[in-house]
Write a protein that binds this ligand. Sequence first.
Ligand SMILES: Nc1ncnc2c1ncn2[C@@H]1O[C@H](COP(=O)(O)OP(=O)(O)OP(=O)(O)O)[C@@H](O)[C@H]1O
Ligand SMILES: N[C@@H](CCO)C(=O)O
Length: 320
Amino acid sequence: MAVFTEVGFDAAASLADHLGIGPLTELKGIASGIENTNYFADTAKGRYVLTLFERLTAEQLPFYLHLMKHLAVKGIPVPEPQADASGEILHALCGKPASVVNRLVGGHQLAPDVIHCEQVGMMLARMHLAGGDYPRHQPNLRGLDWWTETVPVVLPHLTPEQAELISSELAFQQHLAGTPAYASLPRGPVHADLFRDNVMFDGHRLTGFFDFYFAGIDTFLFDIAVCLNDWCIDLDTGRMETERAAAFVAAYHRERELSGSERRLMPALLRAGALRFWISRLWDFHLPRDASMLKPHDPTHFERVLRQRIDDPWHPGLTT
Ligand SMILES: Nc1ncnc2c1ncn2[C@@H]1O[C@H](COP(=O)(O)OP(=O)(O)OP(=O)(O)O)[C@@H](O)[C@H]1O
Ligand SMILES: N[C@@H](CCO)C(=O)O
């Protein structure tokens, strides 16, 4: 259950009043999620989500919250942080940094079809374009530097074959990061964790992207790769489902044309996307925080995905 910090009704109600969205009528803990404490909060003014940040600091949070605001103002369907009378969108509750955002309608599409993949691809491209003039800078905190420091920490928990794979893949990605082709990749604010459970659909209509708390400045191609590795694979085998993947990339490309380096480096970045989540899942699995009652995500899934991306590289077959 992802309520790490219990929030009393009165405390939430006074925050709602402070934001001018009160009075609070209902407050309900959200069971899913593994990073933050989340509550659905209904008020006389609308439906909101209250988040208490358990891992992120008040120094890191403005990047994410202002990015959501920036995107929302530009018409990208993302939760919009609610400001107080002085314009502040980062609040505090129960001694933790907190935010209140509007609640998206719809639900998760956990068995996506081509039409869903096209919509995510299209909206991802629009989001990348809309973030082009976002002025704040914060690197992807789950990027290469974090992989480099975390792999040695998880290594003792791996079999010799797994240790060999993770070490050689890390070396491959470290080498790639130093190449001119990699340096030429377009970059900007990326979501970096846009899995099926971080997108809302109402039927076939995409109603929002959320959970921006792994966002950062990185290559757009990394964001695309993270999506393809979740939206467009067979979850049992890790194999790329080429019809869905081609539809995703074509829809993206219609909104924001992929450069030559982006097309060429797609197979390498798909490997990077798999490595990133293999490492984070190993880290969560073997070094759990106090939320030990949570069921961590299965790390072997991304080991399988990584092996697939290496053994059977996927290239976007774009013709224009
Ligand atoms: N703005 C929102 N609108 C509607 N539902 C939301 C919103 N934010 C969160 N939720 C709901 O709360 C659930 C948990 O939120 P979320 O996935 O962000 O958890 P988390 O612990 O913050 O992150 P993680 O996905 O990394 O575990 C989501 O699956 C979703 O159902
Ligand atoms: N999307 C991540 C969880 C953190 O948001 C994973 O599936 O490992």
